[in-house]
Each structure stands twice: as structure tokens, then as C-alpha cells.
Design a protein around this ligand. Sequence first.
Ligand SMILES: C[S@@+](CC[C@H](N)C(=O)[O-])C[C@H]1O[C@@H](n2cnc3c(N)ncnc32)[C@H](O)[C@@H]1O
Length: 475
Amino acid sequence: MSGPPVDALSDLPGVDAWQWVPGPGPAALLVAGPATGTTVRANPDVEQAFAVAGAAASAAGDAAMAGADLSSLPRLTRLLDEVALLTMARVLHRARLFRDGMAHDAAQVLDVLGVVPRHAWIVRRWLATLVAEGRLGYDARTGRYRDLVAPDRVGYARARRELDEARRGLGYPPSMTRFFLATADRLPALLRDETGVQALLFPDGATDTAEGNYRDNLPSRWANHAAAMIVGGSRHARSEGPLRILEVGAGIGATTRSVLDALADTEIDYLFTDVSRFFLISARTLLGDRPGLRFGLFDVNLPPAGPGFTPGSRDVILAANVLHNARHVGRALAALRELLCPGGLLVLVESCREHYQALTSMYLLMSPSADEQRWFTDLRAGQDRVFLSAAEWADQLDAAGFDPLPVLPGDDHPLADGGQRVIAGRVRSGIPRPDPALVAATLAARLPPADRPERVHAVDRVIPAPFTATMGEPR
Ligand SMILES: C[S@@+](CC[C@H](N)C(=O)[O-])C[C@H]1O[C@@H](n2cnc3c(N)ncnc32)[C@H](O)[C@@H]1O
């Protein structure tokens, strides 16, 4: 079915607003009850409790960086950005674009570079970024770009040498310099899908370069320890039985290890999941002997099902640097909330800042797959972006039925600009929501099986998406 069955979605019991989420996988329907406001609702009790927990989490993050020189972080971060800007400009210049006063629109640039459709967004972001940084001109009237400031050979070589200084100061291992330079040198081939970033990030299946990206550097170290402290604060959530944790997109286990350390003397039922079997195999080797630790496949874009995914069965869900992969964040959050028990805790680590360096490296891993019909269908639809801001995450948690807790580190922290943020929320109670089973039964009476959503999720609010997700109100 191409679109939502709009007529059948009117007058659903208890539903004031709905949002049809087309996929990937089977379509889902988000339904909300009487409007309860459109902004983040502060819950004083939760905020009071979190002020204490947040201070402890921040202290744990700070302790993990003891001795690090934080004053140089802005300069080093800018160095990384600078190499990336020069790299983008160099790729365009070497393709003989913008030479001799020539102007081109984005389609021509993509064509000359031979960029595959799935990576086109990255090059459009390069153009917008170079314009924002004053290194490329743009005429909004014609939609054409011109006057590229191309890097000279000496300046580019110097910037590449300085990359290693930035890498060291930010706490990345030496393999990160090799990775950044290897991707920079292969960008034309990477953009044409003639080669892949995975082979550079996991050479011969080794994970140490990736660990540098998600564990060893200062912003990640801070975030992982702060997140672990928040999860550890839930250890007394249950009067008996193990603390039931689900981790999604656990990958190389960078956050997992900090969390398991924080729960060293706690009985756990910890389900470590990822969409890729590769990570489950390496995690079994790395973490496997801890009692209560189990491993499984889970895709945040598909409805949770099977053992370990019973509604209301988890005390904590942890998702570090993964939830931006959800094609519709609102649907993914609603599905995760259903897995949590009343008062259950969701802890996210997310990058909330644009890193130019990623535009020439890691972003290639985030493009849609070649056979994917659409990419994001939530507020990011059609915007050539992957990450949400801290305020957008707080709004998403609120709409999905969580009391969002203040984002860490706070805006005045030296690492706030580094972009890695810890975003947490507790399952909210007391808001009347439609009954998903009743809504599903009503739809079953109105629609043939092929036209029905596979899941109905009750949320507190639906967040408008620019155009691809269809929304409606009763007529
Ligand atoms: C950036 S890494 C984060 C790794 C990990 N959380 C850590 O801190 O070490 C993203 C991880 O999310 C996984 N991932 C990507 N898309 C996913 C999806 N749709 N569902 C579940 N996991 C996904 C990847 O396989 C990868 O392991």
C-alpha cells in the first residue's frame, strides 16, 4: 500500500491525533489522546531527583577525564573541522569543479563526482557547509555555487600534520589519524560506493579504531561514564530480582563496559543487542563471562519481538550513539517505552553537534542503504541530516511519553560543545493515552489485513514531520 488509509483513521476511539509511519518494515501508527500541550513538560519531582543524579553523573564524567587539558578542546576541535573543510574543497577542486569562475548547481556537482544517490546528501552538506564557512559562494536566485576557495598544496599538507596533534589532544588513539586520512584520500571512490568505510574502520575485523571513536576520546569517555552512573543509580529499582537492562546498538560495547563496571556488585539481566551479528560475536569474546549477560539481534527500525522484548519487562534501556539510526525516532522511542516497566529509565548517548570531520568519514556509514525506499520519515525528512539537537531529543522523549531529564553535560560545561550528550527520561505516568489494542481492533474491523498498520503505539503527542510521514486529526 502506498499511503495511509486516511478515511479509516478518522474517529478512532480516544484518538485526537495520529501519525502514519511507513517503514522500513511494516507500517506503524502513532496515536495520541487529548492534546496535553506542545512543549516539553517539566516534572518538578523528576527534575528534583535528577538534579542529584545529574550531579553525580557529571562528577563521574569529570573524574574519567582527570588530568586532561580541557582548555585546548575548542582549538583542537576546530583543527579537526579545518582539515575536513580543506578535504571537501580539495575533492571538489581536483574534480575540476568551480575552476575559472565556473558556477555549478548541486546536481552538476553530484554528476561530475559520480556520487551514488544514497550518498548525495553528504555532498549537498559539503556545499552548504563550505558556504556557511565562507569558502564557497552561493546564488540563491540561480541555485548555483561558485568561487570555491581551494586549498593550496602546502596548506593542506600542514593541516594533515596538525590533525595528529588534534587527535592526540582529544584522546583518540593513533589509528584515528590513519582512519581520517585514509577516508580523506579515498573520498571520490567512497562517494561512488567503489569502496566502503567499514573496511577502513574495522581493518581485518579489528575494533580498536572504532573504540577510539566511541570510547577513548574525551567527549565519549565523559558521556560513557556519566551514562553508566545514571544506569548505576537504578540498581535499587527492584526490591528483588536482577536489574533488567536492554542495550540496543551496543556495538563494540564502549558504553557497556562502563555500565557493567558501575554495576559490578549488582545482579543483572543484561540483554546486549545490535543489528549486526559481527558485534555480538566480538562482544561475546570481550564481555561474555559476566553472569546475567546475554546477547541478541535487535533492529531499532523493526517492531521488538521475541524473548527479552516482552512489554513492561525492562527497568532500563540504554542506547549509545545508535538511536539516530531510527528512521522515525518517535516510533522507535514509543516502541522502547512499551518495553519499560512503569517508571523505567531510558538513557541515550547522542552526538548533538555537527562535526565536519564526520562529513568526510563516519557519515558515509549513515547513508540509507542502496535499496531503501525512503530515508528518515520524522522531523529530519528531506533535510540531509542525521543528528538531532539536544532540545529536539528532549522534545522527542516528551512526545513519546517520557519525563525528559536535563541533558548532560550542561551547556556551561567545557565538553558541551564537543557534542556527545547524555539524554535520559523516565516513563511518564498519569497522561491519558488511547488504548492501542482498541485502536487496532477498530482498524481490523475497517481495513483488510494488508492495509492495516502492523503496530499501533500510543504516545503523548505526535511531532509533525516535514512531508513524508502523514498526519491527521479526526474529521
Ligand atoms: C556508532 S555505533 C555505537 C556503538 C556502541 N553503542 C558503543 O558505544 O560502543 C552504532 C551501533 O549501532 C548499530 N546499529 C546501527 N543501526 C542499527 C539499528 N537499526 N538497530 C540497532 N542497532 C543499529 C551498529 O551496528 C553499531 O554497532
